[in-house]
Design a protein around this ligand. Sequence first.
Ligand SMILES: Cc1cc2nc3c(=O)[nH]c(=O)nc-3n(C[C@H](O)[C@H](O)[C@H](O)COP(=O)(O)OP(=O)(O)OC[C@H]3O[C@@H](n4cnc5c(N)ncnc54)[C@H](O)[C@@H]3O)c2cc1C
Length: 274
Amino acid sequence: MMQIKCLLLSGIRAPFDAPEGEIIKIAKAKMKRACLSVTGLHFRLYKKSFDARRKNAILQVCSVLAEYDQPIAVSEAALQKAEARPFAEELPVVTQGTQPLVARPLVVGMGPAGLFAALMLAEQGYRPILIDRGDSIEARAAATERFRTEGVLDTESNIQFGAGGAGTFSDGKLVTRVNDPLCNYVLRRLCEFGAPEEVLIKAKPHVGTDILRRVVDGMLNRIAELGGSVQYRTCLWIMLLKTVLYARKQTWARSRRVCWCLPSGIAQGIPLRC
Ligand SMILES: Cc1cc2nc3c(=O)[nH]c(=O)nc-3n(C[C@H](O)[C@H](O)[C@H](O)COP(=O)(O)OP(=O)(O)OC[C@H]3O[C@@H](n4cnc5c(N)ncnc54)[C@H](O)[C@@H]3O)c2cc1C
């Protein structure tokens, strides 16, 4: 027997148009059949995908979270019978340093990697300096439109470079082959900044280009509110990177801005070019 507070029930199949309530009913019945207690339980739809292999019988395939008010003892056999497993929401583990930093941390690149790194540093009170070689979303959208209509390429701010990173002008699918529990944390944070709640549940979530831009602006504003700095048109000069990493001295940006900082995250993405 083991003590469990929260269970994830998977493999729940229902007609493709079944509402959430019906899916939860199926989950409850499954638990009862496996002799798992259903008192003091709160259910929540966790993930949903579709099985369309049989065109005349399209199904939803769902998983449901079941959380008890108090931990209860359950057997391994009961869990197997209910196709359930213990579940705990994962949060990133942040270990605080013990010494004050000699300078502010620097994060290079405002794609998803850089945004999340800077947000986390800002929330821990480190006041990061976040730079990108490209422009803000608005200015970048204008540069991209100029390229589309007039064929004029801005080599620093374009469909690949600038706030939001390389996928900002895509259709906003949130696709990853990484099966990491922290993916949910990322989705929850995107919702906090305006992504629709359904991205938390859908197996192939999609945020949409317009919303994605607002989400990026929201994250950048939060970083600034927490004391971070957001600098556009500021390119890390890779020639000095080694000096920066080893000597921890100063970062020279091609825009001729010089700032005292600690290089903490290089999130330049795939189109790395200096
Ligand atoms: C056209 C396109 C469409 C895509 N569509 C999707 C999609 O629909 N769904 C999906 O999940 N993924 C999509 N992707 C993939 C997704 O964009 C990437 O996986 C993601 O952007 C990687 O994030 P990142 O933060 O690592 O890097 P990037 O997003 O590439 O961010 C890197 C940032 O660093 C900046 N930078 C680079 N060099 C320097 C420097 N020297 N100094 C300062 N700043 C610098 C760049 O300007 C850029 O903003 C798409 C990619 C492309 C190119």
